[in-house]
Design a protein around this ligand. Structure first.
Ligand SMILES: [Zn+2]
Length: 488
């Protein structure tokens, strides 16, 4: 009796000692240099051939990640027993030929978003900028619609791309034969845009209805002078774009939280694991783009969090997502956000990590730092391991909207991106960013140790916080957040 009482006392004292371990100590205790180096070195091996979505190397990386989730006891995707969220991409290449005439004048400078094999001619109608009102004026059924790209107030390429989608929808819903948008670009700009438009990759949509041709027509320096509602004739002939299907996968797992109430909420820890594959060789003849920085550094942050939470779960539950196809236009995160495996309103934060490299090892750069209520927690988390957390140093680059976090932000989930320290896009960054030189043996692992401990500690502070996690007032995504979480 006495003996068991003493034992009992000893155990409870031990339990108290464990309980007393702080989040900072927990973060420091599971992140070590050998482990992080081993993740980065394996994932950056030439064997994986740059991990391009849809390739064997991409699948090898996914297998490695799924097995890390398995090793640390993360739960697979509910009802499937697997950690893979499989889906297909369609990668298209330019048609071999396309011939367009409007009122019997040939327009040879064409970039095709959508273009099936076809040979047709008939009536076309010009609708100005193709606003909703413009479409109301004319019957477009059975006709090719011709419009100016962009909106009256803005004709920069970004605006043209953004306004394009709506015009296609209008044309399609009103039974038009297709949509031709007139653009004006000089040669250098046009060649970049044409390449981007002709070669695009998209998520394969199994429900996609038949598509209508959608083409940008570069009229170079002057528009042909069509006036609104002008009736035209057209002919269009092409062998169509070719499309290749790529099979790829996000890698997903969860660890349940400890708090009976807060565990219903999830924090996403995410990073993209794909890279750009094989490309132009560098001066040494190396053509494999191993992407050690972009983004094996980020992937290893998620794996560090996984290992930590397996040992010391937090109050909120954890949702680990390793995205594919970021390099093809944030497609893996887009697919996940459109096909979530945990209802999005149960996800209270997305702590993404991504980056092209670093030029200051006294920093952690968090794109979106000052935009969410976790700002202080992240500053504290990184600061505890000797790193100064700074916000986006180059807002003009639009980094917040160029990484996977944005697909969650658009849904309303507060979602910054934690990156290695950089304070500008200088030569040190550009030397590695999307270059064959981005190799594992050029990394500073002492710095990375601090960086990961800071990430893990920040993640723990976020996931244990009793505060509501949300956007700062007035943020661009605040309204989406209120809608998602049903807030007033
Ligand atoms: Zn990249």
């Amino acid at each position: 009796m006495k003996k068991s009482l003493i034992l009992c006392l000893a155990f409870s004292m031990l339990a108290m000692a464990l309980y007393a371990q702080t989040d900072k100590e927990k973060a420091a205790s599971t992140v070590n240099k050998n482990t992080i180096e081993s993740h980065i070195k394996f994932l950056s091996d030439d064997l994986l051939e740059g991990r391009e979505a849809g390739t064997k190397g991409n699948k090898i990386a996914a297998s490695y990640l799924a097995n890390q989730l398995r090793k640390f006891g993360a739960k697979p995707i509910s009802g499937t027993g697997t950690y893979y969220q499989n889906f297909d991409l369609l990668q298209s290449s330019a048609p071999n030929f396309v011939e367009l005439n409007l009122n019997e004048v040939a327009y040879p400078l064409l970039a095709s978003f959508k273009l099936p094999e076809m040979e047709q001619s008939g009536e076309a109608v010009f609708l100005g900028y193709g606003t909703e009102d413009d479409f109301k004026v004319e019957s477009v059924s059975g006709k090719m619609v011709v419009v100016l790209a962009g909106i009256e107030a803005g004709q920069d390429p970004g605006q043209m791309f953004r306004s394009s989608r709506k015009k296609v929808e209008l044309a399609k819903s009103m039974g038009a034969k297709g949509l031709l948008e007139l653009v004006q670009f000089d040669e250098a700009m046009w060649s970049r845009i044409k390449h981007y438009v002709d070669q695009g990759t998209e998520v394969k949509n199994v429900n996609e209805t038949s598509e209508i041709p959608h083409i940008w027509v570069n009229t170079k320096t002057t528009h042909p002078g069509f006036t609104k509602s002008m009736q035209l004739s057209y002919s269009l002939k092409s062998d169509g774009k070719t499309k290749t299907t790529l099979h790829t996968q996000n890698v997903v797992g969860t660890i349940e939280g400890t708090d009976p109430i807060l565990k219903k909420e999830y924090v996403i820890y995410s990073a993209h694991y794909d890279h750009v594959g094989i490309g132009q060789p560098n001066a040494e003849g190396d053509s494999i783009y191993n992407g050690a920085r972009d983004n094996n550094i980020g992937v290893t942050a998620v794996l560090s969090m996984l290992e930590n939470l397996a040992k010391y779960p937090t109050k909120r539950s954890a949702l680990f997502i390793l995205f594919t196809a970021e390099e093809k236009g944030l497609l893996g995160s887009q697919y996940y956000a459109d096909h979530p495996l945990i209802p999005l309103e149960q996800v209270s934060y997305c702590f993404n990590t991504d980056g092209g490299g670093y030029n200051d090892t006294s920093l952690a750069t968090i794109v979106g730092l000052e935009r969410t209520s976790a700002e202080e927690l992240i500053i504290e988390g990184a600061g505890a391991f000797g790193l100064k957390a700074i916000g986006d140093p180059a807002p003009e680059q639009g980094l917040f909207d160029r990484s996977d976090n944005v697909n969650f932000a658009k849904k309303g989930i507060p979602a910054p991106t934690y990156s290695t320290g950089f304070d500008s896009f200088d030569d040190e960054i550009m030397k590695y960013y999307h270059q064959a030189n981005d190799e594992a043996d050029s990394l500073d692992y002492d710095y990375l140790l601090q960086f990961y401990q800071g990430y893990v500690y920040s993640g723990r502070l976020i996931a244990n916080s009793s505060k509501k996690l949300f956007w700062k007032e007035g943020d661009k995504y605040e309204a989406a957040g209120k809608a998602l979480y049903g807030m007033k």
